[in-house]
Design a protein around this ligand. Structure first.
Ligand code: BES
Ligand code: ZN
Ligand code: ZN
Length: 494
C-alpha cells in the first residue's frame, strides 16, 4: 500500500474524498480536529450521537465546500487506555469499514497520541486491507478488488518523531505477514516443496542472502532419514532450505538459527487422520512459512543480528512406499528412532534440521517453530503458542517479544519423565508415547534430544497459526503467527 505524509488537509489543492478524524472520549472534539472541519465538529447533534467510544465509527457527509466528501469520526476511547495492541485492532477495523466505500484511498488526521503507536497503526491498517480473495473469481472477486485500499495520506498538523519510518515499517510488516497467510491457506497441490523452495530462492535473490536448497538425492547422501522417511509416501521429493542473512560485520558471529516445520500436507500417513482433522492440514507448513516471511523482512528492517533459517519441506502421505509404524529410522544425528505413529512426523523432519543447524552453525540460539501437536492447541487454545526450552534467558526473551507484539507464548514444562517416555525398547528413541497426556511436552522432549547443549527454544504454534476465531486484525485461517514475534526478538537482542 502506498502512503503519503502531508502537513495539512489542503496541500496540493486536492481535498481528500474521505477524511478520518480520530477522537478520544475524554477530550473535546473541537480541539483535536482539523480547523477546516471545526463547525461540523462543533455540531451539538453529533456530539450526542457520537461518543468516541473505542471502535465507534460515524460517517458524516458535510455539505460545505472545501471539505472532504465524507468525514469519518473514529472513536479511540480513553486516551490513557490506548495501547499498541488496541490500535492495531482498531485500525484494522477502520480499514475494513472504509473498504466498502470503494474509494481506494483516504486521509487520516494524526494527532500526538499516534506518534508512539505509529508502527502498530500501520500494521493494523494494512491488516484491515487483507482479504481471503486469492482464490475467488467473478463478481465476488471483482467486488473485493474494487474495495482494495491503495493509498493512505497521513495528515500531521505537527511533525511527529520518526512517524514516517514507523508507518512504513508497519505497512511493510503486515504486507509480508499477509503473503505468508496466503501461503499457509493455499492448497497442498499448489504450494509444493518445489514451489516453496523456489519462492525462498526468490526472497534470497531479492535481498542478497545466501541460500542452499538440498534436494532428495542430496538428503540421501547426507543421511537425513528423518526427513526422507516422512517423504517416502510422496511423489514430490523433499527439500531442505537453508538461508543465511549476514549483515555487515557479523560473518564471524554465531547466528540465531530458526528452524520451521514445513509439512505441506499432513494426512497422518498410515496413522491416517480422521476426516474432521484432515481438511485443514495444509496449515502444517506454517512454521516454515513464518521463517520464510521473516526473511522477507530481515534486511528491509535492518536487523543487526546474523540469522539462519532452516526448513524441511515434504508431504506426509499414504502410499505403498510410505514409512510404517514399527519402522526404525537412523536420523542425521546418528540416533535411531522407532516410528510408533506416522502422524508424529513433525518431530522426525525437525530433528534432522535441528541437528544440521547445531552441527553446521554452532548457534547462539536455536529456535524451532512448528505446528507440532494438537495437544498444545487443546491446552492453550489459539491465543497462545506453547513455549518450551532449555534456557530460561532465551524463553523469557521470546515470551517478552510475544507480549510486545500480541503473538503470545506461554511457558510450558519439559520434565525428565517426559524425556524418559520417549525412549524406545529397540531403538534410541521412539517418536510417540501411546499415553496421550502431556503430548506437547513429550513432543518438545523428543526435540530436545537433538540440541545437545545449544541454547534452544521450541514454539508449538498449532493453535495460533490457523484460527476460526480471529483477533480483530487477523483473518480466519492462516495468521502468519511468529513473524512479528521473531522480528521483535531479533531487534531487541544485544
Ligand atoms: N500437524 C499435527 C499437529 C496439529 C494438529 C497441528 C492440529 C494443527 C492442528 C501433528 O503432526 C500431529 O499429527 N500430531 C498428532 C500427535 C502426534 C503425536 C501423533 C496430534 O495432534 O494428534
Ligand atoms: Zn501429524
Ligand atoms: Zn504435522
Amino acid at each position: 500500500m502506498e502512503y503519503k505524509i502531508l502537513s495539512s488537509l489542503n496541500t496540493s489543492n486536492a481535498v481528500p474524498s474521505i477524511l478520518v478524524v480520530p477522537l478520544f472520549e475524554d477530550a473535546s472534539y473541537v480541539k483535536n480536529g482539523p480547523k477546516e472541519a471545526e463547525t461540523l465538529l462543533k455540531n451539538r447533534e453529533m456530539q450526542k450521537d457520537f461518543q468516541a467510544k473505542q471502535g465507534e465509527i460515524m460517517v458524516m457527509i458535510p455539505d460545505q465546500k472545501n471539505l472532504p466528501g465524507k468525514i469519518i469520526l473514529w472513536g479511540l476511547g480513553e486516551k490513557k487506555k490506548l495501547t499498541s495492541q488496541k490500535i492495531r485492532g482498531l485500525s484494522a477495523q477502520l480499514a475494513r469499514a472504509i473498504r466498502p466505500l470503494k474509494k481506494g484511498e483516504f486521509a487520516l488526521w494524526c494527532t500526538d497520541a499516534m506518534g508512539s503507536l505509529a508502527q502498530a497503526l500501520g500494521e493494523g491498517l494494512a491488516f484491515g486491507n487483507y482479504t481471503l480473495a486469492k482464490f475467488k473469481t467473478g463478481k465476488e472477486q471483482a467486488e473485493l478488488a474494487e474495495q482494495t485500499l491503495r493509498k493512505i495520506s497521513f495528515i500531521l498538523p505537527k511533525p511527529l518523531a520518526k512517524f514516517e519510518e514507523k508507518i512504513r515499517k508497519g505497512l511493510m510488516i503486515a504486507e509480508a505477514v499477509g503473503e505468508t497467510r496466503d501461503d499457509v491457506n493455499a492448497g497442498p497441490s499448489l504450494k509444493t516443496a518445489e514451489y516453496l523452495a523456489e519462492k525462498s530462492r526468490k526472497i534470497a535473490r531479492e535481498n542478497g542472502y545466501s541460500i542452499r536448497i538440498f534436494d532428495k538425492r542430496e538428503l540421501e547422501k547426507m543421511g537425513m532419514n528423518g526427513i526422507l522417511g516422512v517423504n517416502r509416501g510422496s511423489d514430490i521429493g523433499a527439500k531442505l532450505v537453508v538461508m543465511e542473512y549476514t549483515p555487515k560485520g557479523t560473518a564471524k558471529n554465531p547466528p540465531v538459527v530458526l528452524v520451521g516445520k514445513g509439512v505441506i500436507f499432513d494426512s497422518g500417513g498410515y496413522n491416517l487422520k480422521p476426516s474432521m482433522s484432515l481438511f485443514e492440514m495444509q496449515l502444517d507448513m506454517a512454521g516454515a512459512a513464518a521463517v520464510m516471511g521473516l526473511f522477507k523482512l530481515l534486511k528491509k528492517t535492518g536487523i543487526k543480528q546474523r540469522v539462519v533459517g532452516i526448513f524441511p519441506l515434504t508431504d506426509n502421505l499414504v502410499d505403498a512406499k510410505s514409512q510404517k509404524p514399527s519402522d526404525v529410522v537412523t536420523t542425521y544425528s546418528g540416533k535411531t528412532v522407532e516410528i510408533i505413529n506416522t502422524d508424529a512426523e513433525g518431530r522426525m523432519i525437525l530433528c534432522d534440521a535441528i541437528s544440521y543447524g547445531v552441527k553446521q552453525y554452532k548457534p547462539r540460539y536455536l529456535i524451532d517453530v512448528a505446528t507440532l501437536t494438537g495437544a498444545c492447541m487443546i491446552a492453550l487454545g489459539d491465543r497462545y503458542a506453547g513455549l518450551f526450552g532449555n534456557d530460561a534467558g532465551l524463553t523469557e526473551k521470546l515470551r517478552k517479544a510475544g507480549e510486545a507484539t500480541d503473538e503470545l507464548a506461554w511457558p510450558m514444562p519439559i520434565h525428565p519423565d517426559h524425556r524418559a517416555k520417549m525412549k524406545s525398547k529397540i531403538a534410541d528413541l521412539r517418536n510417540w508415547d501411546e499415553v496421550p497426556h502431556a503430548g506437547a511436552s513429550k513432543g518438545a522432549a523428543f526435540l530436545q534430544e537433538f540440541v545437545g547443549d545449544t541454547k534452544w527454544a521450541h514454539l508449538d504454534i498449532a493453535g495460533p497459526a490457523f484460527v476460526k476465531d480471529p483477533k480483530p486484525y487477523d483473518s480466519q485461517m492462516g495468521t502468519g503467527f511468529g513473524i512479528r514475534l521473531f522480528l521483535d526478538f531479533l531487534e531487541n537482542l544485544r
